[in-house]
Design a protein around this ligand. Structure first.
Ligand SMILES: Nc1nc2c(ncn2[C@@H]2O[C@H](COP(=O)(O)OP(=O)(O)OP(=O)(O)O)[C@@H](O)[C@H]2O)c(=O)[nH]1
Ligand SMILES: [Mg+2]
Length: 415
């Protein structure tokens, strides 16, 4: 009997609520996505409710009448809480909680919660805790009530879990400490980047909306063995793998955390060093789930987020993925892209054309070289093999006649 009771208590049954302002027509889609997020966080959605309002109520998020309605639905359905689709201000959180007399969460909390469960590396954990503490520091009053009442569930998990009840001053101390630790990790990353630069290897960052198939693509290309699943934010920590293209040219591919609309500000700030992988890359592989009806909106969000991260002036390859779900002659266009390909990362269909595109990009960044080296200079040919693309070599009386594409930085040393 006691066990049964515990089981029941562990399941969170939430109502999702959103405010539709003016003529927004994607509120339903937003709520569907929120339902996915909530599911990933381990809770069950029992209903979704939308209020049409000119603007979000500054004090209580919803208007008075709607609050009454939500209260009734909670009672009817045995709901244990509500999740709002927008980030609530500290006052909205507290007022809505008082008015509904239930646990109130918002989209940000749910995303932070998923990130907390997903963080594996030291860097990931520090970043999540930092984001959580910043979010909580501002909402200490409201949160404390709800947590002591319900003790657990969404919004309470993660590295910062035990520290909820400590006071604001301690939180700020902890934030400073985490920032210091993060600097350490960032220095390490910086060293790695410098090594890559020295090796003249080009880096392509795989970016895209969450669940687009980024990890599946990297796994297909390099056997990276990254967890890829039909869940939002399956990947948090960046993984980099070397890919050898058919011509023998090398490129580094980095898979990283996905984007989503309304990505919490604190999270972007805290995850800057992870997200910045894209900033230090030469090429952006923008993976798009072409089978998703929300594709256009998702692409838009990705470009907006990249802008926010100051990732500009990169070569963009848009990879329309999941083509196995679509007619291959469907017309797909991305005007922001320099190149575009249609593939299926799951079946491997047309991935060759993506590799061709990468070859072409790498080649365009190199300089054509035609030279005969003496036999003593054979070491230079080794260098070309390693960093460039050796097109032909011929052993003649005068030496070794070579044609090749070489990185611009190396051209001077090779002629
Ligand atoms: N049908 C189909 N499904 C795919 C394809 N590529 C990926 N998927 C599926 O899409 C889901 C998400 O794939 P992931 O590779 O985890 O996506 P991701 O972009 O890394 O997602 P996050 O790490 O969560 O941001 C998985 O269930 C994959 O099996 C594809 O080409 N076709
Ligand atoms: Mg992934």
């Amino acid at each position: 009997m006691a066990e049964l009771y515990e089981l029941k208590e562990a399941e969170e049954r939430v109502i999702l609520i959103a405010v539709r302002t003016c003529e927004e027509d994607d509120t339903e889609a937003c709520l569907e996505e929120l339902e996915e997020l909530v599911k990933t966080a381990g809770a069950v959605t029992v209903d979704k409710m939308i209020q049409n309002r000119e603007r979000i109520h500054p004090g209580t998020y919803l208007g008075k009448g709607k609050i009454e309605e939500v209260r009734e639905r909670l009672w009817e359905l045995g709901g244990t809480g509500v999740v709002c689709d927008d980030e609530l201000s500290p006052a909205q959180l507290k007022n809505l909680e008082d008015a509904l007399d239930t646990k109130v969460m918002d989209r940000t909390m749910v995303i932070l919660d998923i990130f907390a469960a997903r963080a594996n590396t030291r860097e990931g954990k520090i970043q999540v805790e930092l984001a959580q503490l910043k979010y909580r520091a501002a909402r200490l009053v409201g949160l404390r009530n709800s947590l002591s009442r319900l003790g657990g569930g969404i919004g309470t998990r993660g590295p910062g879990e035990k520290k909820l009840e400590i006071d604001r001053r301690l939180i700020h101390d902890r934030i400073s400490q985490l920032k210091e630790e993060l600097k350490d990790v960032e220095r390490h990353r910086e060293v790695q980047r410098q090594q890559r630069e020295k090796a003249h290897t080009q880096v392509a960052a795989i970016v895209g909306y969450t669940n687009a198939g980024k990890s599946t693509l990297l796994n297909y290309l390099t056997d990276a063995g990254i967890l890829a699943e039909d869940k939002l934010f399956a990947t948090l920590d960046p993984t980099t793998r070397n890919l050898e293209l058919p011509s023998g040219q090398q490129i580094l591919l980095t898979d990283t955390v996905g984007f989503i609309r309304k990505l919490p500000h604190h999270l972007i700030e805290a995850f800057k060093s992870t997200l910045e992988e894209a900033r230090y890359s030469d090429i952006i592989l923008h993976v798009v789930d072409a089978s998703n009806p929300q594709m256009d909106m998702q692409m838009h969000i990705v470009y907006e987020t990249l802008k926010q991260l100051q990732v500009t002036d990169k070569i963009i390859v848009t990879v329309f993925n999941k083509m196995d779900q679509l007619d291959s002659d469907v017309i797909l266009k991305d005007l922001s892209a320099d190149y575009q390909v249609k593939i299926s990362a799951r079946t491997g269909e047309n991935v060759d054309s993506l590799l061709d595109t990468l070859e072409e990009i790498l080649r365009n960044q190199k300089i054509y070289l035609e030279k005969t080296y003496s036999y003593q200079e054979a070491g230079k040919i080794q260098q070309i093999r390693k960093y460039g693309e050796l097109l032909s070599e011929e052993y003649t009386q005068d030496g070794i006649a070579v044609t090749a594409y070489v990185p611009a930085e190396l051209y001077g040393q090779l002629v």
